[in-house]
Design a protein around this ligand. Structure first.
Ligand code: SF4
Ligand code: ZN
Length: 316
């Protein structure tokens, strides 16, 4: 049987990068992913010397791989790293992820803060969903804004000036397509992962894996024996995201590299859309910067409180 050799060092290859045709050994594969992340960070000036970076560590493969790689990059670039873990209150799912996240942060010697929806918003996600009669609003549409805000609160609490998340190329393209299909071009612009915070008091959000395929992050996690949660969130298939993910994967299987072309198109679109002035306003309730007033977090909290109120009236 023909053994493929690593393009860079001629050792036995274990990974075939279809879009570039490269065969890579474990060492060169690892180095290529670390190098790609480092280049993205430097290209978009994501982290500077002395920055305090709060990394969202959920216990999934992307956030754990990001933690692992940022620790390696930190050896050459001086910045502080603090893990933020959010407990949304999803029974039989989040408990294991939190335990994995705690272990990973302690193994990495990184300080960690764990915050729950319950303590921040007064309800856990399971409780919030219990009173929802119709599923017009998906669980992720409720969970997403609250999670983002919870990480932001955690980052402020530890005095971080940057939030790093493990969103990869696939995540970014899925969000792009969702916004494209819903006709919301301003959201495409708002979701540009290259953009910096618009206001000085805001914490910058960075996505160092934005140009890396999800499959490569999964392979990195496997090669480096990172322990991550494999159980999927029970709500993950409620929206259109899974359908878009499957379609994009089908395209990529038939036309290797198409995802990289798609993100280029997304960047091009972002360059050509003027920012909606409304996107620069602050929420009247919480004061956070938002594209709407009230912001999506305050609207979600109000929506859940309203559901709880009507449900307790009905039960009287
Ligand atoms: Fe929350 Fe949806 Fe993610 Fe589950 S899949 S943790 S509901 S955003
Ligand atoms: Zn608000």
């Amino acid at each position: 049987m023909k053994v493929n050799l690593c393009l860079k060092c001629q050792e036995k290859a274990v990974y075939h990068r279809k879009y570039s045709g490269e065969n890579l050994c474990p060492n060169c594969f690892n180095n290529s992913l670390i190098e790609k992340t480092r280049k993205t960070i430097s290209k978009y000036k994501m982290i500077n010397y002395g920055d305090k970076v709060a990394i969202g560590v959920s216990g999934g493969k992307d956030s754990l791989a990001l933690l692992d790689i940022l620790i390696k990059i930190k050896e050459y670039k001086d910045f502080e790293l603090i893990a933020i873990t959010i407990d949304e209150g999803i029974a039989n799912y989040r408990e294991e992820a939190i335990e994995i996240a705690l272990n990973a942060a302690s193994k990495a010697g990184v300080k960690q803060v764990v915050l729950s929806f319950k303590e921040l918003f007064n309800f856990g996600l399971d409780e919030a969903l219990m009173n929802r009669k119709e599923k017009k609003i998906t669980s992720c549409a409720i969970c997403g804004p609250l999670r983002r805000r919870a990480i932001e609160i955690g980052a402020k609490k530890v005095g971080a000036n940057i939030i790093a998340t493990g969103h990869n190329l696939d995540d970014i393209l899925q969000s792009f397509m969702i916004n494209l299909f819903s006709g919301d071009v301003y959201r495409i612009k708002a979701g540009d992962p290259r953009k910096e915070a618009k206001k000085e008091f805001m914490i910058r959000r960075i996505k160092p894996f934005m140009e890396i395929y999800e499959t490569e992050i999964a392979f990195y996690s496997f090669l480096n024996e990172l322990r991550f949660q494999t159980l999927e969130c029970p709500h993950m298939n409620e929206g259109i995201r899974t359908e878009i993910r499957n379609s994009l994967d089908n395209f990529e299987n038939k036309h290797a590299g198409i995802k990289l072309s798609l993100i280029k198109s997304m960047f091009e679109i972002c360059e050509n859309i003027k920012l909606n002035p409304k996107q620069l306003q602050s929420c009247n309730i919480c004061g956070y910067n938002s594209s709407s007033n009230p912001c999506s977090t305050c609207k979600t909290v109000e929506y859940i409180s309203e559901l709880t109120r009507s449900s307790s009236l009905e039960n009287r």
